[in-house]
Write a protein that binds this ligand. Structure first.
Ligand code: SF4
Length: 404
């Protein structure tokens, strides 16, 4: 149950319940501050920190707007937050870069208001979507509806580009566009970017499930048949890329099954959302080869991941990223593919409908939207390439990690 949301906290009659999506970078500094002010403070996840920090500001007599302002000034990282006070004040806010999604909606009878990371949960509960929160915005719910306040103005929006390729549900909408449609365009893009490879393939195969969405675009652009010849085990639900080494191999092996007759003797064009460590893809390719695949070309919609993420995707060290130290050609050799074809960054950005300076592309460009993250990444990169052994998440171990 540890870390289950919403988290709650109370002091001197003040109460707060809060749900949070994201990742705080300056956790060491905040933990110290919370321990100083709340002797019983225990930390199980970043939601505790955000909840206690907000409560601390309210305890000092600030109103909700000023308390949220103080949080936005002192929290570093990605945070999309929805909460309710003991008085029944219902609110939500988003970090000044707007890294994680957060939208607002209401029930058809207008009696109930809701906040959600993705539109899909509004849809599924029969709610209507009203708007996506802006970076640095606080939204309060009153009897008259939503009250929007721009707390921090930041010209540099940095919405996570990985949401489009992997994290978000395909049936969610960002800026009115379904994620699925964007992924289809990713598929069309890769065929345009690697026409010779596409010509050399017999059939498309997708790694379920996020590889399914671009496969339709690859099919449309190349005219190749899309075979649903790799099937995902419905009840093995662990995310392989966040598991420990040993568990990961057996999970991947159990997760995907191949229809041999559809693969035997074929040159395959395999769509995949991303390559993080490379071992998930390697196991899949081994399975395809065992099934008789003659060639395996990987079409990967998210460009080569070269650096860690500090903002909520659990790929926090250079060492765990195959793309941090290997080119696409080297990766192809390591994972046993005939070629690894990444979508270009330009292609990805264009398909999202955003401009480059509205997206976070840090893990694929090495340019982080927040200065602290950039400092930490640069320091760790230098150490890593000089033989330093990383011992955990950068922001928890790095010397640059801010201290109180
Ligand atoms: S570093 Fe990558 S995964 Fe992390 S928020 Fe930025 S784009 Fe998303």
């Amino acid at each position: 149950m540890q870390g289950t949301q919403p988290v709650t906290a109370s002091i001197n009659g003040l109460k707060l319940a809060l749900s949070f999506n994201g990742n705080i970078v300056n956790t060491l500094q905040l933990k110290k501050e919370m321990k100083k002010n709340f002797p019983d403070f225990t930390y199980s996840c970043d939601s505790d920190l955000v909840c206690q920090k907000l409560l601390l500001e309210l305890k000092q007599g600030k109103d909700l707007t000023s308390a949220v302002d103080a949080c936005m000034q002192s929290l570093d990282g990605a945070f999309s937050v929805a909460g309710i006070t003991g008085n029944g004040d219902f609110f939500a806010f988003k970090d000044p870069h707007g890294i994680k999604p957060l939208c607002a909606g209401h029930s058809p009878d207008g009696a109930t208001y809701a906040f959600s990371s993705e539109t899909v949960s509004l849809d599924m509960n029969g709610f209507l979507r009203d708007f996506e929160l802006k970076p640095g915005e606080l939204v309060k719910v009153s009897k008259d509806g939503f009250e929007r306040e721009q707390i921090v103005k930041n010209p540099r929006k940095a919405f996570c580009a990985f949401e489009y390729a992997y994290f978000a549900r395909p049936d969610s909408r960002f800026d009115g566009k379904y994620v699925y449609e964007i992924r289809e365009e990713f598929g069309r893009n890769i065929v345009r970017e690697y026409p010779e490879i596409a010509k050399d393939a017999d059939v498309i195969l997708s790694v379920p499930e996020t590889g399914d969405d671009p496969a339709m675009g690859v099919h449309e652009e190349s005219g190749l048949r899309w075979e649903r010849a790799s099937r995902r085990h419905r009840y093995v639900t662990e995310r392989a890329f966040i598991l420990l080494n040993k568990e990961r191999y057996s999970t991947i092996d159990r997760k995907i099954n191949i229809l041999y007759s559809k693969v035997d003797g074929k040159r395959l064009l395999v769509t995949e959302d991303s390559i993080v460590r490379g071992d998930t893809t390697k196991v899949t390719i081994e399975k395809l080869r065992r099934a008789g695949a003659k060639k395996v070309y990987m079409f990967v919609t998210f460009p080569r991941i070269i650096g860690p993420c500090f903002y909520g995707i659990d790929m926090a060290t250079y060492g765990q990223l195959i793309g941090s130290r290997h080119s696409a050609e080297e990766i192809a050799k390591i994972i046993g593919a005939d070629a690894v074809c990444y979508q270009s960054i330009e292609g990805l950005v264009r398909a999202t409908g955003q401009s480059r300076d509205q997206l976070c592309l840090a893990c694929i460009t090495g340019k982080y939207p927040t200065p602290l993250a950039q400092k930490m990444a640069d320091e760790m990169k230098e150490k890593f390439f000089n033989g330093y052994e990383e011992k955990g998440r950068i922001y928890e171990t790095c010397e640059t990690a801010p201290q109180a």
